[in-house]
Design a protein around this ligand. Structure first.
Ligand SMILES: Nc1ncnc2c1ncn2[C@@H]1O[C@H](COP(=O)(O)OP(=O)(O)OP(=O)(O)O)[C@@H](O)[C@H]1O
Ligand SMILES: [Mg+2]
Length: 332
């Protein structure tokens, strides 16, 4: 079972960069949005751009998508400069913005047909792609209803379907799953994985750190317009202090004794368990249990949680992150 180690092809060994940005700066009046951002996105992978509100994620996406020019620095998409060769860049990209671009008076199918015309697609190709995208975004049934009758999640999916009509080599998704229910989110994750398997490069922004963790090959964390950390989710987690051990007690006396013993531990909101800042390693857990045993404190159960991307986010940006509805984040 261990024998399936495949030799990487030369191309995999040296991943090509789909996006290569160096020193991007952008200000709006005296409001700095980007302050020298570096970003490298390997081809055929998912990179998640995360950062606090206002840290410059959308600005980055807009510059890379040629919708806005940087004040300084330079960026290439598949080797084409976003300022000097915008047409070549546009030919390669698809963009779904933070705010929906669908025409609400038209039906879903008509919106897709509009995209087909913008891409000068032959009729037969258009027909096939429209059907395929309606199908994969689970919009086939609603295809001939005006978008005014769609739910928010359906509009979001249609938006994405429109982006994919041109079969871009690289797709920018700005908060693609905001407002989607868990099922809609999974549909999107599946599509992203399928696209990457077909060699498409994805740059997405998200406020759901669990989503970045699950979906992204690499995560770029930005703060105040500059890159503060970059790597695979597990590389980043190793850099974060964090992780928790949670102790549950059956008796109030035991809990009270533990509170005294573990000075600085956090009491859960329901007042029934105690949270210790530990890395959750076996050695760490053993140490805590030994200490409780020596004192004769009965612990009913214990759960350990390694550092997650929320911990990375907090420790490297020092800013508050709205806990996502998608994650079972324990950070209060
Ligand atoms: N068109 C604009 N005019 C003026 N200021 C702008 C404009 N666009 C962005 N900004 C400012 O630039 C900074 C970065 O904004 P940006 O939209 O890139 O952040 P973001 O990381 O996408 O935030 P969010 O998580 O809220 O979507 C913010 O301070 C914002 O107020
Ligand atoms: Mg944004």
């Amino acid at each position: 079972m261990q024998n399936h180690i495949r030799q990487p092809t030369p191309r995999e060994r040296v991943p090509r960069l789909a996006i290569d940005a160096v020193g991007l700066s952008k200000a709006f009046g005296n409001q700095a949005a980007l302050t020298g951002l570096d970003l490298a996105v390997p081809e055929a992978s998912v990179t998640a751009l995360i950062g606090p509100n206002g840290s410059g994620k959308t600005t980055t996406v807009r510059i890379l998508a040629t919708l806005m020019a940087p004040d300084a620095g330079r960026a290439t998409v598949f080797g084409h400069d976003v300022v000097a060769e915008p047409e070549a860049v546009r030919a390669a990209i698809g963009v779904t913005g933070q705010f929906s671009a669908v025409d609400k008076i038209l039906t879903g199918r008509e919106n897709l047909a509009l995209m087909a015309r913008l891409h000068h697609m032959p009729r037969a190709v258009a027909k096939e792609r429209i059907a395929r995208n309606l199908e994969r975004f689970e919009l086939a049934e609603a295809a001939d209803r005006p978008v005014t009758t769609y739910s928010g999640g359906m509009r979001r999916r249609l938006d994405l379907a429109m982006t994919l009509m041109g079969e871009p080599r690289i797709v920018f998704l700005d908060e693609p799953t905001t407002g989607l229910d868990p099922r809609g989110r999974q549909v999107l994750w599946r599509i992203v994985r399928d696209l990457v398997a077909d060699g498409v490069t994805i740059l997405l922004t998200t406020q759901y750190l669990e989503e970045a963790d699950r979906l992204a090959d690499r995560v770029a964390l930005i703060d105040r317009g500059a890159l503060v950390a970059e790597g695979t989710p597990s590389e980043l987690k190793k850099r974060a202090p964090g992780g928790r051990i949670r102790l549950h007690f059956a008796e109030d006396d035991a809990l009270a004794a533990a509170v005294l013993e573990f000075n600085g531990a956090k009491l859960s909101e329901d007042g029934l368990s105690l949270e210790l800042a530990r890395d959750g390693s076996v050695a760490g857990i053993r140490q805590v249990l030994d200490r409780l045993e020596r004192l004769g404190i009965n612990v009913e159960s214990l759960s350990a949680q390694p550092p997650d991307l929320d911990d990375v986010f907090f420790s490297l940006t020092g800013s508050r992150h709205e806990p996502s509805t998608a994650s079972s984040s324990e950070v209060a």
